[in-house]
Design a protein around this ligand. Sequence first.
Ligand code: NAP
Length: 269
Amino acid sequence: MNISSSSILITGASGGIGGAIARQLAGKGAALIIIDRDSSRADSLAIELRAMGAKNVFPLVGDLTQPHMPTRMIEEALNQAGDIDILINCAGTQNFGFFANEAIIDTAKLFNINTIAPIALTNAVLPHMLKMKKGQIVNLGSIFGSIGFPCFATYSASKFALRGFSEALRRELVGSGVKVTYVAPRFTRTPFNRSAVTRMADAMKMNQDEPEVVAASVIAAIERNGQDSYLGWPEKLFVRINSIFPRLVDKPLMKQVAQMRPFATEGAC
Ligand SMILES: NC(=O)c1ccc[n+]([C@@H]2O[C@H](COP(=O)([O-])OP(=O)(O)OC[C@H]3O[C@@H](n4cnc5c(N)ncnc54)[C@H](OP(=O)(O)O)[C@@H]3O)[C@@H](O)[C@H]2O)c1
């Protein structure tokens, strides 16, 4: 996909990874449609992106978990920008802690933003992309979307669902000109990870990436019309091992639960 001539919609554009993607795309001259929940934050990001070289920036405001909001956002984006070549589903949230302590209302909120919103946005934009015979859907997943991780049970589940959706849709859209890309980062230093998660990651010496590195990988995957991209070594190897020999991964992860316990108890949502 040629980025400089594309019109690109990014959700979660004020977040750590979404913001880094938006800034790197602005430098490439793409037209950007950014969705944020806060209008002043969206406006100031738009000013910054224009100054960085984005041809056109269209800030839209909306909570993507509200009924009909994904459809409304796609309609507004098409009205204002005239086209959407690439949809980057980056907005997301995380539940951390022992599942027994998680309130189901928080589980529903998590699935609404991590799984239902990207699916609903895709559903709303797909007729346009199919008519144009071109387009790319990019879904931000996670390494935890391939490896069920203790103390992140519902977060893992929401990303497993997004990965399954991406894989199935990619196969369904063969020959249509519309591509589906699933990108799975590992732990990334953004406000996404609350204090307890960050301290746990430090204590457990988890590998960590900067959001700019993840953003560059997302853009590289778009440019090569890539299918899946798993970030980090040895994480991408563990993804393979877990899919073929999950019992081999059970043991080390189950051992880590004791180490995670103090943080998971503190961080329970
Ligand atoms: N950071 C990591 O360690 C990591 C690792 C693997 C995968 N990921 C994935 O990467 C993506 C981006 O993560 P990040 O680190 O950039 O997170 P972040 O810094 O917390 O940004 C998340 C963005 O999503 C937006 N958002 C949340 N709920 C929303 C809603 N209901 N409607 C509209 N926007 C909403 C947030 O807006 P508000 O500021 O208004 O809440 C924020 O702009 C997520 O899908 C995440 O699952 C992150």
